[in-house]
Design a protein around this ligand. Sequence first.
Ligand code: SF4
Length: 263
Amino acid sequence: MKENIRELDLVSLTQSYNQPSYRAKQLFRWFWKKSVKEFDLISDIPDVFKNSLKTNFFLKYTTIKSKINSSDGTIKFLFNLHDNLICEGVLIPQKDRFTACISSQVGCSLSCQFCATGTMKRARNLLSSEIFDQVVLIMDECKKIYGKKLTNIVYMGMGEPFLNYQNVIKSINYITNKDGLNFSKKRITLSTVGISKMIEKFALEDTGVHLAISLHAANNTKRNKIMSINETNNLELLQNSLRYYFMKTNQKVTYEYVMLNEV
Ligand code: SF4
């Protein structure tokens, strides 16, 4: 059965075909800088190798299913995934800033009380290529509609990024790598409900992206009521992991806080 080549380790793949080491970098550029849609368009690899790729792998890209325009200029996208599931992304235009809000999962298992995604079951984690494709699609729409470059990316759409950790980390690499989109790390924010162990793991990744915490309550009683994650990751654990994060990265963390009526 054919495999999705964009989800494979290109170094191992090219080695298994006895290709020179620079071949992995060539393919990386085709997939993550140029978003090539057909193997035949890859112009700098030998035909024999290209034919092997065509025989054994497929190239699959996420597409836009529909978009909804708001009066303030915000555009909400529904994206078609390879198995006909759908995820959401949003383009948020502001005066000097154009932000893509992207998803990391289809649905979510955490059911925060204030979140529409929390009412849906988690169907699956998004592939790293599916996370990446949302950025490219929103980037293209931003250029087409507003004539502007995307300036910011937030992992704040459907799903909890730290529950799809490996694919999120891979997607950050494709977005920020100079052979990928070469997007500034400083303009990417990963927003999490605060899974302590994963914050500590993330502190050691050295991704350079910004971390934001969905806090929404300042004591455990209130937070337990609106965010189920707090029952296993209470504020004390969160505080300890954030201290560790700051010690390792020297990066400030942003806190998100929604004022909820009668909570
Ligand atoms: S973790 Fe995020 S996506 Fe999931 S329910 Fe909570 S706020 Fe919504």
